[in-house]
Design a protein around this ligand. Structure first.
Ligand code: NBG
Length: 833
């Protein structure tokens, strides 16, 4: 251990005092004057944000050095979380809270400071969208929890220059705009050029014989290398005692331009390679399923896992050069299959670079990797064309073939010649040009544990997705239900509710979310209920003004706020929600039947740019909104809003303002969902199907406090098996369904556009309706009406909402991370006290 670390390891507590406060003030002034280069009175909000962030970062860094020293000192095993996505959200406010500096910042006085309100400054912070949806946000929650618990857990990923596109609407259509993060200049990141890694690509493999051992040796040569520069992003745990980091790699070309080409006047040619290399970390793929088959995507995946694996081995070698000890020091968690190339990369490093035998390398590798599956959607299971992979990574393809050859011998010893089962488990599938590599199979074979993300999902993983693997290795499979960090999703996003809770049960809930149980005692305490509802009301008002600002639509904060915020996908059934809205609208204008209470439907979410059907759903929602919001007959009973550009910072406004959270996925399709947990934590009641973590949420909060509806997974599967689902019959038999559907086959919602714009949706639902929208629509409508009626009884509603908050504790990501720590990683928190 480095001498400079010895002392640090023992002093990591974070107790703020007057000296810290003075330091914070001095630092801010310092950055304004000498870094930004202005007088205080001249700075813009953005500059103020930068100066404060840099000053706060100092505190984070001090704690980070101490944390790392502590981990080193205790020889702790490290967890490496590999993910191509991280939706970390804005940092400043979160870090101020976690470092305990929030009040200090608000209390210091800087002469000439031009603003009264810190919120205005916080609001200018860029919200980096380095992910698509739930999977990326989950990774960010887990980083927060690992740091808050003092678990030595580090994220590895890609430092995209362009995150997810910015969503705008033009005439109701989603338009994507590029969104440059400029992360390398973010005050929260710092480059570690000293940790630069070389990533070889292409070339070929030469086989020779090792003269000493007589074993074959493989030399990957004539490669076209690119370089990975790590950028570290401190992850501040709650209380500031532990600060881990997220290491994101930027791709760089060779800074030495090829001098020969250059001299021959080939300036552009010389630069071309460099530019091409740098495109590797340029942009996040904007799909929440897969972008399989795209060479750049494969390159991104390899780039980042090779950076990570090399970095991990380098750190290990500082501790030991006995490779058998690696599993004592290292666990690599694969966040879905995107980083699965880490497995052959580890083999390549151990065998080709560090001279290990195949058997040694395999034994080590398969004790290090664990894999989390996040989806059962068949189209979302990654595969790569073997030729393409072999061209880019010839040595890795060889290794994958060898892993498969050996694995298939084992499989044959268990399955005999059952060719169906053998074919299902094989990593390599098909022949010749069309041969593919199945990344889920590779991940399962190379990992010691495989988990799903909610109970139902983990069961279906074993019984439906990969039953043959389950038969081979029943003990490898387990469930870890997802969780969310209470720091961002309550303490920070809903400060008023957070304060109310703390004033009644103390603040320990922030790190022990189960303690929210104590709120049960207050569910019928009149003054608590009153405050609780008043806070919800203020959150709704805040959201209403944001909606006005971003859409120009006036919504009534006294109406019930029904929110569906998530990626737009057929299985997530935003389509069903908007059909239900249409049904209510028709009931008013045709039958004079009004909802029990005025309602505001709020949608948010992006569709993958190439997912045309999802984009039509957006257009339909926007058109329905346009018609309803302008129809005076509806008399302010229904409003519909689609808030553009959903991201973490918008979620922080939407979630605390919801009365109803819509979670109506087709049963068996939503692996877990995490929005469902965030809404419940903030006192929204769920209208949801028997799917993903909804099931466990309902179990936790109680049947009476959850609006369940819809077909169950088994029912759906059996209907498919017997071919007995006929949506057209439902259309014919249900007047309710028919009337709604007919509007799609008319110009009711497309007068300004060309005629019968939504006929394609009409036809799809009648003919196929793969996601069974029509099957569940009527029941969905009934349960919505039941909820709306309940909403009129304010006291009853408040009780249900409070019980949701009180009983949602088990969905803290601290619990999830401790589950991983105990059941998979075998690590304990490394705390200073
Ligand atoms: C998503 C699932 C969600 C789940 C998150 C986090 C992918 C591939 N999967 O249901 O659809 O909550 O992962 O586990 O993004």
């Amino acid at each position: 251990m480095k001498i400079c670390e010895e002392k640090m390891a023992k002093h990591s507590s974070m107790i703020l005092n007057e000296i810290d406060k003075a330091r914070l003030k001095l630092s801010i002034e310092h950055y304004i004057n000498y870094f930004i280069g202005k007088r205080v009175c001249e700075i813009t909000k953005e500059e103020a944000l930068k100066a404060i962030s840099l000053a706060v970062r100092e505190f984070a860094m001090d704690q980070m050095y101490k944390t790392i020293a502590r981990y080193n000192h205790s020889n702790a095993k490290r967890i490496y979380y590999l993910s191509v996505e991280y939706l970390i959200g804005r940092s400043l406010e979160n870090n101020l809270h976690n470092l305990g500096l929030f009040d200090a910042l608000n209390s210091i006085k800087i002469e000439g400071w031009p603003w009264k309100n810190m919120e205005e400054i916080f609001d200018t912070e860029y919200d980096p969208a380095l992910g698509n949806g739930g999977l990326g946000r989950l990774a960010a929650c887990y980083l927060d929890s690992m740091a808050s618990l003092g678990i030595p857990g580090f994220g590895y990923g890609i430092n995209y220059e362009y995150g997810l596109f910015k969503q705008k609407f033009e005439n109701g259509y989603q338009i994507e705009h590029a969104d440059s993060w400029d992360g390398e200049n973010s005050p929260w990141q710092f480059a570690r050029y000293d940790r630069k890694v070389t990533i070889p690509l292409y070339g070929e493999v030469e086989t020779t014989i090792n003269k000493v051992t007589g074993e074959p040796m493989f030399i990957w040569k004539n490669t076209r290398p690119i370089y990975g520069i790590p950028f570290d992003f401190p992850i501040v745990g709650y209380g500031g005692k532990s600060v881990n980091y997220l290491r994101l790699f930027s791709a760089e070309g060779d800074e030495q331009l090829d001098i020969n080409i250059f001299n021959k006047g080939g300036y552009i040619d010389a630069l071309r390679d460099k530019i091409e290399s740098e495109t590797v970390s340029k942009v996040l793929y904007p799909s929440d399923a897969v972008e399989s088959g795209k060479e750049l995507r494969l390159k991104q995946q390899y780039f980042f896992v090779s950076c990570a694996v090399q970095d991990i081995i380098r750190r290990f070698l500082e501790k030991s050069n006995d490779f058998h000890k690696m599993p004592e020091y290292i666990c690599i968690q694969l966040n879905d299959t995107h980083p699965a190339l880490g497995i052959p990369e580890m083999m390549h490093q151990l065998i080709d670079v560090y001279g290990q035998s195949w058997d040694n390398a395999w034994e080590i590798t398969t004790q290090i990797f664990a894999y989390t599956n996040h989806t059962l959607l068949p189209e979302a299971l990654e595969t790569w064309n073997a030729n393409m992979l072999g061209k880019m990574l010839p040595r890795h393809l060889q290794i994958i073939y060898e892993i498969n050859r050996r694995f298939m011998e084992f499989a044959r010893s268990k399955f005999g010649e059952n060719s169906y089962k053998l074919e299902r488990v094989s990593i390599v599938h098909g022949e010749g040009e069309n041969q593919i590599i199945r990344m889920a199979n590779l991940s399962i074979v190379g990992s010691f544990k495989i988990n799903g993300v909610a109970k139902l999902h983990s069961e279906l993983l074993k019984t439906r997705l990969v039953p043959e693997f389950y038969e081979l290795w029943p003990n490898k499979f387990l469930n870890v239900t997802n969780g969310i960090t209470p720091r961002r999703w309550l303490y920070h996003a809903n400060t008023e509710l957070s304060d109310l809770i703390t004033s009644h049960i103390g603040e320990s809930w922030i790190t022990k979310l189960d303690l929210l149980q104590e709120l049960e005692d207050f569910a019928d305490n009149a003054s608590f209920v009153k405050e609780f509802m008043a806070i919800k009301q203020r959150n709704k008002e805040k959201l209403a003004s944001k909606i006005l600002k971003s859409t120009g639509i006036v919504v009534n904060p006294k109406s019930i706020f029904i929110i569906q915020a998530k990626r737009i996908h057929e299985y997530k059934r935003q389509l069903m929600t908007i059909l239900q809205v249409i049904g209510d609208y028709l009931a008013i204008i045709n039958d004079n039947i009004y909802p029990a209470t005025p309602k505001t439907y709020i949608f948010a979410g992006k569709a993958a740019p190439s997912y045309n059907f999802a984009k039509m759903i957006i257009k339909l929602i926007n058109n329905v909104a346009d018609v309803i919001n302008h129809d005076s007959r509806v008399n302010d009973m229904i409003k519909v809003v689609f808030v553009p550009d959903y991201k973490v910072s918008l979620a922080e406004l939407l979630i605390p303002a919801a009365d109803i959270s819509i979670q109506n996925s087709t049963a068996g399709f939503e692996a877990s969902g995490t929005g469902n947990m965030k809404f419940a934590l903030n006192g929204a009641l769920t209208v949801g199907t028997y799917d993903g973590a909804n099931i466990e949420i309902r179990e936790a909060v109680g049947e009476d406090n959850f609006y369940l509806f819809g077909l169950k997974d088994e029912e759906i599967v059996s209907m498919r098996r017997t071919n007995s689902y006929h949506p057209h019959d439902i259309y014919e038999q249900s007047e309710y369904v028919k009337r709604i559907m007919n509007t799609l086959n008319s110009n009711m919602f497309c007068e300004k556009d060309y005629v019968l714009l939504f006929k394609m949706i009409f036809e799809e639902l009648q003919a196929r309706d793969y996601f069974m929208v029509l099957a569940d629509l009527e029941e969905f409508n009934e349960i919505m009406h039941e909820a709306e009626k309940d909403y009129r009884n304010k006291k009853k509603w408040a009780q249900k909402a409070i019980l949701n908050v009180a009983r949602i504790g088990r969905f803290s990501s601290d619990r999830s991370v401790m589950d991983y720590a105990k059941k998979i990683w075998h690590v304990k928190p490394v705390n200073s006290d």
